[in-house]
Ligand binder design. Structure first.
Ligand code: TMP
Ligand code: ASP
Length: 260
């Protein structure tokens, strides 16, 4: 059907060549994976919701001066973004102990950390995205020291903003993952925020009940992932103006107990 050239297919998104040079179309799939794709499944409507949530978050981040790849949303599942060279580092920001941090250091999940932690993982599926130190990044030239300063500063600013944004809708931002890219201008590259920000790459807990509203529902076989993603979108106010749509179709399996 489509005559667009596919550039790359990832676990949750497909990238197509964009309409102008230097642009890319990000298509959000419903596919979900966990544990380095050892576990695979589908979360119905996830692509539609993540496209919306990521648009919402990236737009707000650009308003506070964070440079991002986001240009505009094109339709239910696609957004136009600036083409950039992805830096092969996953940047994880943590406010509360959970997931691999809890496991690695024997911390109880839910324990607030004395201060925000920024961790780096080397983006390599074959190696299972290992935890790395800034020393490794410098040693192997994955990013320059200047780029790392920009990345760390942006990660903290993004965290400060997102913690407040989610708290305003009753959600605790436990941790999340960011990816950055290089945008070349002649010989000079600047670092911009890339990829997506959505419940796929964040831990989001209801502030009152502690209920998980993110991909941990899928990772841990808790069920109710469609409702959880939809609840995040609803609280952020990103679902209203859809007419007959895939999102509207989801509303019959919606019902997050006791939520209003
Ligand atoms: P972790 O506790 O498993 O290291 O995950 C930390 C955060 O990073 C969590 O919010 C989920 C997100 N994340 C991804 O987005 N992609 C990944 O591949 C992993 C391992 C984590
Ligand atoms: N990105 C992971 C995977 O490779 C999924 C996750 O735990 O977020 O499947």
């Amino acid at each position: 059907m489509s005559r667009r050239r596919q550039i790359y297919e990832g676990k949750a998104k497909i990238l197509y060549e964009g309409p102008e040079p230097g642009t890319i179309i990000q298509y959000f799939k419903d596919d979900a994976t966990a544990f380095n794709a050892q576990k695979k499944g589908t979360i119905n409507g996830k692509g539609v919701i993540n496209n919306r949530i990521s648009e919402f978050v990236f737009t707000r981040l650009s308003h506070i001066g964070i440079p991002t790849h986001f240009i505009r949303r094109l339709n239910m599942r696609e957004q136009l973004v600036r083409q950039c060279e992805i830096i092969p580092i996953e940047v994880v920001v943590r406010n509360v102990a959970a997931g691999s941090l809890s496991k690695r250091l024997g911390l109880e999940e839910g324990e607030a950390l004395p201060h925000t932690l920024v961790e780096y993982y080397y983006k390599d599926d074959a190696l299972g995205d290992p935890l790395i130190a800034e020393e490794h990044i410098a040693c192997f030239g994955w990013a320059s020291n200047e780029e790392m300063q920009d990345i760390a500063a942006m990660a903290i600013r993004v965290n400060d903003f997102l913690v407040g944004m989610f708290a305003a809708v009753g959600i605790r931002l436990v941790d999340f993952k960011l990816e950055f890219g290089r945008l070349w201008d002649g010989d000079y590259a600047r670092v911009i925020l890339a990829d997506e920000i959505s419940p796929d790459g964040c831990r989001l807990w209801d502030m009152v009940t502690g209920e998980k509203l993110d991909k941990d529902r899928f990772r841990r076989d808790l069920g109710g992932e469609e409702d959880a993603y939809q609840e995040v979108a609803r609280r952020l106010g990103v679902l209203q103006e859809d007419g007959p749509s895939e999102v509207a179709d989801l509303s019959h399996h919606r019902k997050l107990r006791g939520k209003n």
